[in-house]
Design a protein around this ligand. Structure first.
Ligand SMILES: [Zn+2]
Length: 187
């Protein structure tokens, strides 16, 4: 009988989640970010323990102040979360991260397509959480309607949705505020 690589609980043959170095129990898997556990076999038990520890430190602080699709920000605490929905302003999975830990971040429209003379896009979020070596790339809102203008018989022009632009500005304001605070601490 195998044991969970994180909490050492005995696992039956069919239970548990495969990771790079063995198996972990469902309880431990649920304490780690779901964006990482979607590719659970990439991670060592050491990495998963670090993620569980990380979530223990940030998760309870999170209180959403704004959302766009499945991406939520807490501008007061400088945190963001990825979750299909919120319950009492908290994500339903352990996917909360500190914006200060970002080493790359982008939020953009992709896959534009025309349906009945209107352009629709998917909105994708991409980032890297440096301390966890975690790369995230996820569509956070599907089939978003864009302001569309017909240029000629073969071409249309479309614009980034206004509410997405506002959300990007809020995210950027949070980031620049955090960096200003960091610089004040460092210099
Ligand atoms: Zn376990």
């Amino acid at each position: 009988m195998a044991n969970c690589c994180v909490c050492e609980k005995p696992l039956s043959m069919l239970s548990g989640v495969n990771i790079y170095s063995g198996k972990i129990c469902k309880e431990c898997a649920a304490k780690a970010p779901s964006v990482a556990m979607a590719h659970s076999s990439n991670w060592s038990s050491y990495s998963i323990e670090a993620m569980i520890q990380y979530e223990n430190e940030v998760f309870d602080q999170f209180d959403a102040t704004a959302s766009y699709g499945e991406l939520h920000i807490d501008t007061v605490h400088g945190l963001f979360a990825i979750s299909k929905k919120l319950k009492d302003d908290k994500p339903i999975t352990r996917d909360v991260f500190s914006a200060l830990d970002l080493s790359e971040v982008a939020l953009y429209c992709k896959s534009p397509r025309v349906d009945n003379h209107v352009v629709y896009v998917d909105v994708e979020f991409m980032c890297r959480i440096e301390p966890l070596s975690l790369n995230i790339k996820q569509v956070i809102k599907h089939k978003v309607r864009c302001e569309t203008k017909r240029v000629d018989s073969a071409h249309v022009e479309w614009q980034t949705p206004g509410d997405l632009q506002i959300f990007i500005e809020m995210f950027n304001t949070m980031l620049s505020g955090l960096w200003q605070r960091m610089n004040m601490m460092l210099f």
